[in-house]
Design a protein around this ligand. Structure first.
Ligand code: NAD
Ligand code: UGA
Length: 464
């Protein structure tokens, strides 16, 4: 089966970059990315390619090359579904905020809406691909909806979870560690559908890196991969506190531990806590699934990863307050970095939001600088927590365009995102313009400590 026409529902952090790379690597395939969010689609179609809604190194160049050649962005979801042989569902699957499973389970309403829309529109057979991260066995629900509300059209449902990380999405998509495809390996039609998707990826990914498996293993592998990654961060963060008490240095511990080839060096960087749209949501989902099968010990084990992460964010903020003589009331604190990691404008679940909220509860005045995050986004993140009124957030928080401006007359600085540019700042000049004693809290182990202490900073870093 040769695929000529792909539709992707959801033009977000996954749908946008993934389809851009498929369009670049498969010039003979027409790829249409659709979304109900008109503003987002308008931004994807902005003549100035630097204004696309997602910042990812290398992405705008690919969009420039492929857009209106074989990559299209549209709000006409029905038309794109109708024309496609293969449909990726790449919509958001946030944690439920209501009803059964509130605060734990994945909210599948957007997924179900997509399935119903496909069923209503499709006039010929389709391969439907779960690109979103989903609870294990979601494909069964999708199939039920498609088979029972459709018009006799045959569907093959594949699971093809995405492993890209934000900030390195393009590189991850071009050179993935693996591509995972789950499908109905028992049937001829299932194997054909899997083969069709394998062939798309095989345009640039070596065949030995393309794994095929059954749907349930594929769905569960994605949740497990994120749980393992997040678990490493919580593990090293747990050790970071012990380092602070004992005189050990968490970077040195991580290096020594990570050089064991059985452990490996990656994802052992202590921090103010992991953020991002997925780690927390996916672990909560895993915990919820385990609980629904009455697997209490399994659920408790993984839940600890989240408990540790929440603690790390709180601990960092509490340490700031304690260090500054137990009060930050009325004190100006500069936050450098609001994104959940460098090289992205995404702020979902960013540790900075929680640290700022903690400090605001202590009546601090906050000034934020982030090279890629807008003022509107920062206020919206704080408003979403509901800790205080929107007006109160706007009164206590200022967003500025330069780090120098953020730090002027501040009592303290907290580095919360590891943007490279923070390493190059003129720290002496910053120190001179601050109130004394000038506190510098490094939540990322980004800055070289000795030079900062020599300048005169009261310097604190996670895990040291
Ligand atoms: P996102 O919120 O950035 O994008 C989702 C998009 O889907 C939104 O623009 C929304 O308007 C659109 N949408 C929702 N319902 C729709 C509908 N019925 N029709 C058309 N469009 C609809 O989300 P994201 O970060 O791209 O994540 C998508 C999925 O991929 C999630 O399940 C997530 O867990 C998973 N994932 C994300 C990442 C990541 O780095 N962000 C990585 C791997 C996997
Ligand atoms: C993560 C996974 O790495 C991807 O494989 C996965 O596809 C994605 O989630 C997803 O499913 O959404 P992402 O959240 O974009 O990707 O970014 P990561 O690089 O994993 O970082 C997550 C958080 O952990 C960040 O806040 C980062 O600063 C933090 N982190 C990461 C640490 O604190 N220490 C580390 O050593 C690594």
């Amino acid at each position: 089966m040769t695929i000529k026409n792909i539709c992707c529902i959801g033009a977000g952090y996954v749908g946008g970059p993934t389809m851009a790379v498929i369009a670049q690597k498969c010039p003979g395939v027409k790829v249409t990315v659709v979304d109900i969010n008109e503003k987002r689609i308008k931004q994807w179609n902005d003549p100035d390619v630097e204004k696309i809604p997602i910042y990812e190194p290398g992405l705008s160049a690919i969009v420039k090359e492929t857009r209106d050649r074989n990559l299209f962005f549209s709000t006409n979801v029905d038309k794109a579904i109708d024309e496609a042989d293969m449909i990726f569902i790449s919509v958001n699957t946030p944690t439920k905020t209501y009803g059964i499973g509130k605060g734990m389970a994945a909210d599948l309403k957007y997924i179900e809406l997509c399935a119903r829309q496909i069923a209503a529109v499709a006039k010929n057979d389709k391969i439907v691909i779960e690109k979103s991260t989903l609870p294990v066995r979601t494909a069964a629900a999708l199939k039920n909806i498609l088979d029972n509300t459709g018009n006799g059209v045959k569907y093959q449902i594949l699971s093809n979870p995405e492993f890209l990380a934000e900030g390195t999405a393009v590189e991850d998509l071009k050179n993935p560690d693996r591509v995972l495809i789950g499908g109905d390996i028992e049937s001829e039609e299932g194997r054909e559908a899997m083969e069709a998707l394998v062939n798309i990826y095989a345009s640039w990914v070596p065949k030995e890196k393309i794994l095929t498996t059954n749907v349930w293993s594929s769905e569960l592998s994605k949740l497990t991969a994120n749980a393992f990654l997040a678990q490493r961060v919580s593990s090293i963060n747990a050790i970071s506190e012990l380092c602070e008490k004992t005189g050990a240095d968490v970077n040195e511990v991580a290096k020594a531990v990570g050089m064991d080839s059985r452990v490996g060096p990656k994802f052992l960087k202590a921090s103010v806590g992991f953020g991002g749209s997925c780690f927390q949501k996916d672990i909560l989902n895993l915990v919820y699934i385990a609980r629904t099968y009455n697997l209490k010990e399994v659920a408790d084990y993984w839940e600890q990863v989240i408990i540790m992460n929440d603690y790390q964010k709180r601990r960092f903020a509490a340490n700031m307050v304690q260090t500054m003589y137990n009060t930050v009331s009325g004190k100006k604190i500069a936050i450098l970095g609001w994104a959940f990691k460098k090289d992205t404008n995404d702020t979902r679940e960013s540790a900075a939001i929680y640290v700022a909220d903690y400090l605001l509860n202590e009546q601090a005045e906050i000034v934020v600088y982030d090279p890629k995050v807008t003022e509107e986004q920062i206020y919206s993140d704080l408003d979403y927590l509901g800790s205080r009124s929107g007006d109160a957030n706007r009164q206590a928080v200022t967003v500025v365009n330069s780090p120098m401006e953020a730090c002027k007359d501040a009592h303290a600085i907290a580095v919360l995102t590891e943007w490279d540019e923070f390493k190059q700042l003129d720290w002496k000049k910053i120190y001179d313009q601050m109130l004394k004693p000038a506190f510098l809290f490094d939540g990322r182990r980004l800055l070289e400590p000795n030079t900062k202490k020599e300048i005169g900073f009261e310097f604190y870093a996670i895990g040291n």
